[in-house]
Design a protein around this ligand. Sequence first.
Ligand SMILES: C[S@@+](CC[C@H](N)C(=O)[O-])C[C@H]1O[C@@H](n2cnc3c(N)ncnc32)[C@H](O)[C@@H]1O
Ligand code: SF4
Length: 334
Amino acid sequence: MINIDSNPKTSLIDSFGRRIEYVRLSVTDKCNLRCFYCMPNNFKDFEQPEHWLTHDEIIRVIKAFTELGVARVRLTGGEPLVRKNIAELSKRLTALPGLDDLSLSTNASLLDKHAYNLHDAGISRINVSLDSLHPEKFKEITGGELQPVLDGLMAAKQAGFSPIKINMVAMKGINDDEFEDMVEFCIKHDFTLRLIETMPMGATGEDATNHYIDLQTVKQQLAKRYELIPGVMPGGGPARYVQIKDTELRIGFITPISQHFCETCNRVRLSVDGTLYLCLGQNDKVELRPLLRKGISDDELKTILIDAINIKPEKHEFKEKPEQVVRLMSMTGG
Ligand SMILES: C[S@@+](CC[C@H](N)C(=O)[O-])C[C@H]1O[C@@H](n2cnc3c(N)ncnc32)[C@H](O)[C@@H]1O
Ligand code: SF4
């Protein structure tokens, strides 16, 4: 007899009472950029293609999740747009009953040519990483060119994505002179801005933490120039929002280090090789690929997911044990 709650909406409640309704789905660990805080410049140790979950396997796992109450999925990576046929996969995902929201995190450098198809496939919300508006600084941070990213953003606007959120990792000595420029850029283009604290992940963790800024200080800095009023953002996730008075701009502060938000965590992460990670900042995981390829039934798969949620840790320990997460951010997609 399998242990699936008769009400699927309550099936994925972890041992701390948090309901899991959101999966971040990493469709590749590869990326066409090399943000220094995310992936080492010379990194080559990517997952073997035969270990990538196929589209069919992805659909099978996400279908099981939706039958257990997951309503939201975000495509991430690595850079999700380097995976082939991503629009086709998106279409299959949005067709799953119960999946209300499919979103995308991207560096936008390939978005110019994909924007229309992705929007057509049913993705409505996108997050775009953009840490600098200066081409040389952008190159220093990412190893790539700024212009294709700006082109991608404009294509996304034209295709009808809304909201478009800019994710800016705040870094001391790198882009801490650009917060106000980014605010103005987002007001001008009707984007939402989200500032993110650096997190210690994998071999690049030290680089990331060397440039750490507590976002409370950035908020104080912005408050000197702008009148900040409390802001709300539907589906805002872990960000705490303010709005700039007399504008539509909302600014979200994602503060995993200075003010963690683990008590409201509602998500798990599936990596390209089919590993289910229960927490971004811990190593607890369940390897689904061997089980899928061994031929487990759909009911067995659901039982495994329910059991996995039961071992979801209470919180990350980025501050207490910054060295413990050895995998790169690009493996789980943030
Ligand atoms: C790993 S990327 C994957 C999706 C896509 N390639 C992108 O850049 O948006 C997801 C997010 O993680 C963030 N990120 C990567 N490494 C980080 C770190 N060490 N600390 C904080 N954020 C990080 C990126 O800035 C990006 O916003
Ligand atoms: S943050 Fe995104 S764009 Fe930058 S290296 Fe990581 S996966 Fe690539």
